[in-house]
Design a protein around this ligand. Structure first.
Ligand code: M6R
Length: 592
């Protein structure tokens, strides 16, 4: 979950820091850089965000190569000692690492037995100590022996004193390299190459090598590997931000993002998907984590409505331990904004191992998941930087809606008709900001907020609850409205807010009577509805009623979530929280 970068060229410190800022979404609890200097490595580390590092780095004209790291702590608390880069005791090697070394305790024990001293609590320090341990002069031999001893995931950027090169190695963590006129850039996300190069190289699992300003050498266990560059043709969209935070920018980006999605699929970019015949499958399984899982909940509803097939949803971190029965008649749909979430990738690996057909619903089109799945459905949300997913969630839901429509139409040998989607998007607005701010003023210090709903409203409630947990640090739980009296009514008192999503016509009366049950035990009600004919006496019991449009299709889920994303944003800001970087979290969870 860390970001790593390496650079060869001029103004090394500035370039490394600039690129680290682009990777800060991968972790922001500490950061560090190392550059070469006439007297060995110059290393700077700081706790917290990269701006803290920037303040202490001494820029030189002499450095020609450097590496940098932005950390999300796994082993050892976030402080300067545990921050990367780590340096070997002989000062000949230094490195930054993204991933987890699973056998680090064993390695550490062995090296301590050989007289080595460890300073940090990190797993990564064992790697730099191994480099020193195996170093007999040949760099590649040293690196090859080191990575052979490692179990787990790693993308490593390594410097060796006296060498004007960056060494690297990769296993199960992304790593990319670009070279341009005497300069080279290595990074854990190609977003760093924007404005630097038009093409780049993808490093694959098991590969290691070196790069200088002119040449890339890549090896694996069989010898030298030839690499062809890949064109950097991704539309990173508008990543500049004129708003106070990325979260609010990205909520407001939603409409354009959804329109991009609509245009992409309306233009017929679904050939591979349309070749699938749902009737050939015994089951469809939707897998994701966090917000992506909530999109899966909605997606499964779309498929259940349209097809006579069993649909299941599974949280990716549980999937491979739940003994899923998969075979070539299983369709596994994996949803992930980043396409790099470790649990989702592991779920995909298991699905392929069992010969299931896989569909990836991803935002990052160059991601591992996008490349590995049989069919890739881009959600076209544009770069999402805030940790809290907003526009990506709406685009995930729309993509799943599009996918179900495409598959249904192709089963009838027809072209899908997206007119309803277009009409929905044309009328999409961002609602009453003043009302949302008033709601946020009311809930910002509450400690018991329950979200209830039935059917698809339950899925929205789940996502709404996740949003205020992560951006507002509020204690919030979701329940099926019908489950109230099976236990959680006992928690309701005058200090409880119950947010009711009531946009499912079929079960409206039942949802409202559940809300009444909570109200009569003292709960304070915030109600989302799309219906005008709600009983007046019930309306009078609600502290807030938020009216959304009645969409009359599964797209209601998108209509409903946007107001709550705005409420979460205003609540977060009013509590003095940075909604883009909530404590303890990172955008892309690349470790299990
Ligand atoms: O990149 P992914 O969509 O696979 O990420 C999954 C979750 O980590 C992510 O949705 C997380 O829950 C977000 N912070 C929610 O806002």
């Amino acid at each position: 979950m860390c970001g790593i970068v390496g650079y060869i060229g001029k103004n090394v410190e500035s370039v490394v820091i600039d690129k680290l800022k682009k990777l800060e979404y991968r972790g922001y609890d500490s950061a560090g850089i190392a550059v070469n200097s006439p007297t060995g490595f110059a290393v700077f580390k700081a706790k917290g965000e990269i701006k803290n590092l920037e303040k202490i780095v001494k820029k030189t004209d002499t450095a020609s190569v450097g590496i940098g790291h932005t950390r999300w702590a796994t082993h050892g608390k976030p402080d300067e000692i545990n921050a990367h880069p780590h340096v070997s005791a002989d000062n000949r090697w230094t490195l930054v690492h993204n991933g987890i070394i699973e056998n680090y305790s064993e390695i550490k024990e062995k090296l301590v037995g050989q007289g080595m001293t460890f300073y940090s609590q990190t797993d990564s320090e064992t790697v730099v100590k191994l480099l020193q341990y195996y170093d007999k002069g040949d760099r590649f031999d040293t690196i090859s022996k080191t990575i052979s001893a490692l179990k787990g995931s790693f993308a490593l950027a390594i410097l060796r004193a006296e060498d004007n090169k960056i060494y690297f190695a990769k296993n199960k963590s992304p790593l990319y390299i670009a070279i341009k006129d005497g300069e080279a850039l290595l990074a854990s996300d190609v977003i760093c190459f924007k404005g630097f190069a038009e093409e780049y190289y993808v490093i694959e699992d098991g590969e290691y090598g070196s790069v200088d300003g002119n040449a890339l050498i890549v090896k694996n266990e069989f010898g030298l590997v030839g690499k062809a560059p890949v064109e950097l043709d991704y539309d990173f969209g508008d990543v500049e931000n004129v708003y106070d935070h990325y979260m609010i920018k990205e909520i407001y980006d939603t409409k354009n993002a959804l329109l991009n999605n609509y245009e992409y699929y309306s233009n017929g970019n679904y050939k591979k998907l349309a070749d699938l015949d749902v009737s050939c499958f015994d089951k469809v399984v939707f897998v994701g984590c966090g917000t992506a899982f909530n999109a899966c909940l909605v997606g499964a509803k779309f498929f259940k409505e349209k097809f006579d097939v069993d649909c299941f949803t599974e949280v990716a971190s549980e999937f491979r331990y739940s003994r899923p029965k998969l075979n070539e008649r299983s369709l596994v749909i994996l949803v992930s904004q980043s396409g790099e979430t470790a649990d989702t990738l592991a779920a995909h690996e298991l699905a392929k191992l069992n010969k299931a057909v896989t569909v990836a619903v991803v935002n990052v089109e160059y991601s591992t998941l996008a490349k590995a799945a049989d069919v890739c459905l881009p959600i076209k949300a544009g770069v999402e930087i805030a940790v809290a997913s907003t526009k990506a969630y709406s685009c995930q839901v729309l993509t799943l809606y599009m996918a179900a429509s495409i598959l249904e139409a192709s089963s009838r040998r027809e072209k899908p008709n997206f007119d309803q989607v277009k009409a929905f998007l044309d009328g999409l607005s961002f609602g009453d900001t003043e009302l949302f701010k008033r709601v946020s003023e009311t809930i910002r210090y509450q400690q018991k907020i329950f979200m209830i709903g039935r059917g698809a409203d339950y899925c929205t409630a789940n996502e709404a609850s996740l949003k205020i947990k992560e951006t507002c640090y509020l204690n919030s739980d979701t329940y099926f409205a019908g489950e109230l009296k099976h236990g959680f009514l006992a928690l309701i008192d005058e200090m409880t807010y119950v947010v009711v999503f009531a946009t499912e016509k079929e079960v409206l009366a039942k949802t409202i009577s559940n809300a009444e049950e909570a109200y009569s035990r003292g709960a304070r009600l915030i109600v989302f509805t799309c219906f005008d004919d709600i009983d007046k006496s019930f309306e009078n019991k609600c502290e807030f009623i938020i009216k959304v449009r009645d969409i009359g299709s599964g797209l209601q889920a998108i209509e409903n979530i946007i107001p709550w994303q705005l409420i979460a944003y205003y609540t977060s800001v009013s509590k003095g929280i940075n909604p883009d970087k909530p404590r303890n979290l990172a955008k892309s969870v690349t470790v299990e």
